[in-house]
Design a protein around this ligand. Sequence first.
Ligand code: FE
Length: 227
Amino acid sequence: MDDRRLSRRDSLLKLGGLLAGATAVGGWKVAEEAGAGPAAVASGLVSCVLAPESTEGPYYLDDQKLRRDITEGKKGVPLTLRLRVLDVSSCRPIKGAAVDVWHCDAGGAYSGVAGASGTFLRGIQRTNSKGTAVFETIYPGWYPGRTPHIHVMVSLGGNVVHTGQLYFPDKLTDAVYRRAPYSRRPGRDPRNAGDSIYRNGGRRSTLALEKRGSGYVGSIAMGVQRS
Ligand code: FE
């Protein structure tokens, strides 16, 4: 084995670690600074991470509304979602992707399911020129057997290209759940590590969260394949 190959491999490993770290603290800044696009990908300088696929679950309804604010008056800690869609083969943002989200309320109920009326906490937004779709919602509650999560589906031209779930750091959930109305249902179970769906790529689908006012902004970039 020659030394040059060894050192190139070493630097790529380091870059990989750097990118993973940057993703964890809020997006793709390092990837952008290193230069995006096909040339950067071909050179091996940039690699987008394919968002982990996950089960859609039983509570998707296919008549979700195009809207940014999905709260419908539901009480909870405010959460702004900034969900970015990138083409995994070029690292470029995808404009016009339909991003569909749905999640349970602070009491663990999904709208339209098991007698819960309304269409709360469900909606669709299109990505802008930066590949970003924004939603105004609340921090989700929990229901038995699942750690807190938000379901997400990404479609291009009517075809679903990604189905996944977004997660939260346990420590932050603990802090949020000490507040009303979540505090009425103590003893959530399981936490992230005990959730069989989270264990399948959940760490890479965990939102980066920043405090804003009385709530949070949760961001993530999702690498998808166009076909
Ligand atoms: Fe769910």
